[in-house]
Structure formats: structure tokens, C-alpha cells
Design a protein around this ligand. Sequence first.
Ligand code: SF4
Length: 310
Amino acid sequence: MPAAYLEAHGNGRLDESLRRSLQWMKVCTLCPRLCKVNRLENEKGYCRTGRYAVVASYGPHFGEEKPLVGKRGSGTIFFSYCNLGCVFCQNYEISHGGEGREVEPDELADIMLQLQQGGCHNINFVTPTHVIPQILEALPLAIRRGLHVPLVYNTGGYDRVSALKLLDGIVDIYMPDFKFWDPQVSGKLSDAPDYPHRAREALREMHRQVGDLRMDAGGIAEKGLLVRHLVMPGGLAGTEGVLHFIAEEISRSTYVNIMSQYHPCGEAVGSSLIGRTITSREFDDALRVAEREGLTRLDERHKHWLTFEL
Ligand code: SF4
């Protein structure tokens, strides 16, 4: 199956999305923060990213979901900064500290090509919401130099539907987190009380665009939706609500990665609320909820970071 963006490049849709996304940067409303700063003039809003994307690192990644990794890895590009403010972020230095370096479109295109030439099965944009225009700007340059592997939009889930529509027919694989069900919790831990509402809308739009995850004969993802849910200590993620929503309102055939590897990072270290890993019982409970909801396409991962209860 050819990558979606090749057709969009041919029929002018990619150019149109790029043109519109650059317009949006003038009064930035790319994400639900609606900062309205002029990023074309390098003004910075909540995400502290101006005209150009900041890249922290890139390379083949073997810790992602099985259908993305295959034998040769997922070609991850980690963007610095974020439009969420998660106090427990597992990449705190990148998302809050902004470790990394600004890259212009030509260099970003080169990075994509390097990853493809290294054998990666896809280009995996990590934390892309605030740099949609920069990705769209680099993409035609990369296509002209031979880019052809699928694109993965690997997001925290705090996205605007109208911005996602710019990516319709361009992104092949959406991989959003669905972090929290309770607005009070998302307000406290991610500085975004509207996160659950935004994530529900985003998942609906992503699924409308690409459908359930499809793989080739070798088990490598080609197109579709893959949802991540990190189980949090003390039930704070609202796992029951999240999995019920996915089953009832997205699809019971959704590919879901229920993740056990939460460990305290950043401001979570020493916290009475989230200063511990999850227990084996908490993770098993999450798996039981998935089973009850009829979600059977679960990523096969090993349990990490568990404490065992006596
Ligand atoms: S992308 Fe950045 S500047 Fe634009 S609205 Fe979101 S947080 Fe604000």
C-alpha cells in the first residue's frame, strides 16, 4: 500500500494543507491552547516553539509497538517542547527543558531520508502537534528526494480536530495517547482540564481518516489508528472510562497498547499521588477491563516497573 502523502503530493492536497497551516501560524491556533501568537515572526506561546521545529534526537527506535518496529525499527524524530504540561513526563528534559536544536525544512527532510535509508519501516513524529506546519513544509522536499515509507503521528492526544483535518490523506498512522478520563486529573497533572474532551474528539477524527490499524503480510503497520494508554497509580488515568470509550465509540478492533511502565519523573518524584510505579494488580485490572470491553487487539509487551504485592 503506497503511503497516503504520495497521492496528496501529486494532487495538490499537500500544498494546500501546507499553505493553510502556515497561515495558522500567524495567529497560532494549531492546538487547543489557542495562544494566538505570530510564530512566523518567531513569537512563542505555550509550546515555546517559534518559526522552526526543534529536534531533540532521531534514529531507529526498537521500543515502540511491534507493528511499527518490525525488524529494522521505527524511524523516530523527537520534537522538543510540547503543548501539554505533564508533571510526570517520561521525557521531561525534552518536553519541558527544550533540549535540542532548531532545524529548518531542508534538514528535517534530510533526517526523514536518513531514517528511511537506514531501513526504518516508517517515519515516527514524536510530539508533533505544535509542529504540524514544519512537518508539512519538509515533506514535499523529502518526497522529491524519494521518501515513501508511512508517516506516524505520535501524539499526546491534545489536538484540535480542525488541525488534524490538515493531515487528512497525508498521515498514514495515528498513534495518540489517551491519558486521562477525568478533567480534574488532567488539569492537575497535565495543565489541560479539557484534555479528555479534546482526546475523544481527536480519536474520532483520526479513526474517521484512517480506520482500524492494518498491517502487511509481515505484520508491519501500513495504515490506521493505534491508541496508547498508560496505567497510572491509584486509578488516576481513569482506565475504565478510556477503554469503554474506545470500545463503544471508536471500534472494538482498535489496536490498543495498555502500558505498564509508568515511573515517577520530573515533578512526580516524591509526590504522594504519583510518586510510585503501578502494582501488578493495577495492571492486571486494566487488562481485565479491556477484556470485558471486548478489546482484543492489545500490544504484546512485557510488564515493566511493577512492584509486586504480597
Ligand atoms: S501550537 Fe503552541 S503556540 Fe500554537 S496554540 Fe498550541 S501551544 Fe500555542
